[in-house]
Design a protein around this ligand. Structure first.
Ligand code: PSU
Ligand code: MN
Length: 310
């Protein structure tokens, strides 16, 4: 085991018993949601995953270690501290060397999950190509990670704080499959649809597991985006959320927000402007993704242990 990794007792036991493990990120806790909803949601999401016989592993950087699985106390700590850095690929080495606390993004969570041997990762939304990236060059490291790291990412599509079309083009260039769970259009996080198509509609967790198994059996490095639309009853009004997001982007531009602060700034602005409605939607879609992700991880574990039929 890598000297930087530290497994929680629950995750350690899961590996010993060959149970499916599902990774969870921590940027969503430290920089994506306010307290106390962040900690409450993180714990509920973990319980949803346990309900399928899988084991959750929330990932974060603490005391010079990559924690694979957090205790309830560590989750409380992470959700209330204000000195937790947002940790993407470029930040991991420095934060570990200086023993600073870090909340892992999608990119960093994928890296840590792969190091620990975890193939599936549940989150809310991925980073991508930002609007006007042709001049700002603001393209999330999440996309490069999806291109090279072997972890399937279950999310609710991409928020329209991004240029969704350009994000899909980038993923296509990098050979990252974008799979729609029971949908042929890419969901846009708060809404069930967008004007863009996924590569493939896949209707069962088993077929998603089989698809990624084929990818990795062929040594096609990289992950996949598994896009799960927000449950109908929690979806937001498209016109309303579009207006809010456009205003948040204008404000970020006016205030000169840049670099790693852009995404947290926009998420916070949207939360404030919708008076908690977007937060409620965000919580529900992450839970829904946990239901799907756990089923995929269980199906994948069954595939790996099945005797080949020839
Ligand atoms: N998009 C969301 N919610 C999030 C994030 C993105 O809808 O919480 C977080 C994830 O951790 C993602 C990160 O990996 O923001 C992307 O940040 P950046 O755009 O700076 O790469
Ligand atoms: Mn960025």
């Amino acid at each position: 085991m890598n000297e930087y990794l530290s497994l929680s007792p629950e995750v350690q036991k899961a590996f010993e018993e060959n149970k499916p493990v599902v990774a969870l990120e921590s940027t969503i806790i430290s920089h994506g949601m306010p307290y106390p909803q962040n900690v409450k949601t993180a714990k509920e999401v973990e319980d949803i995953i346990r309900g399928y016989g899988a084991v959750p592993a929330t990932i974060a950087l603490l005391d010079g270690k990559i924690k694979i699985g957090l205790t309830a106390d560590e989750l409380d700590d992470l959700g209330t501290r204000s000195d937790v850095a947002k940790a993407s690929r470029k930040d991991l080495p420095y934060l570990l060397a200086t023993r600073k606390a870090g909340a892992t993004t999608v990119a960093a969570t994928m890296i840590c999950a792969e190091l620990a041997g975890i193939e599936w990762f549940v989150t809310g939304g991925i980073g991508g190509v930002h609007r006007e990236a042709e001049t700002t060059m603001d393209i999330s490291a999440d996309l490069e990670e999806l291109a090279q790291t072997n972890v399937g990412v279950i999310c609710a599509g991409a928020k329209s704080i991004l240029d969704i079309g350009l994000t899909l083009e980038y993923l296509e260039t990098k050979g990252v499959p974008v799979i729609g769970y029971q949908t042929e259009t890419l969901p846009a996080f708060f809404t069930r649809t967008s004007e863009f198509h996924v590569n493939y509609q896949v209707d069962s967790p088993e077929d998603i597991a089989r698809t990624l198994k084929a990818k990795w059996d062929l040594h096609l490095e990289g992950g996949a985006v598994i896009a799960n639309p927000i449950p109908e009853e929690h979806a937001m009004d498209e016109t309303f959320i579009t207006t809010v997001i456009d205003e948040a982007i204008a404000k970020a531009k006016a205030e000169g927000v840049e670099g790693k602060d852009v995404t947290p700034f926009l998420l916070d602005e949207v939360n404030k402007a919708t008076e908690g409605k977007s937060l409620a939607a965000n919580i529900e879609l992450v839970k829904s993704n946990a239901h799907l992700g756990a089923q995929i991880a269980v199906a994948y574990a069954n595939l790996k242990t099945a005797v080949p039929n020839r």
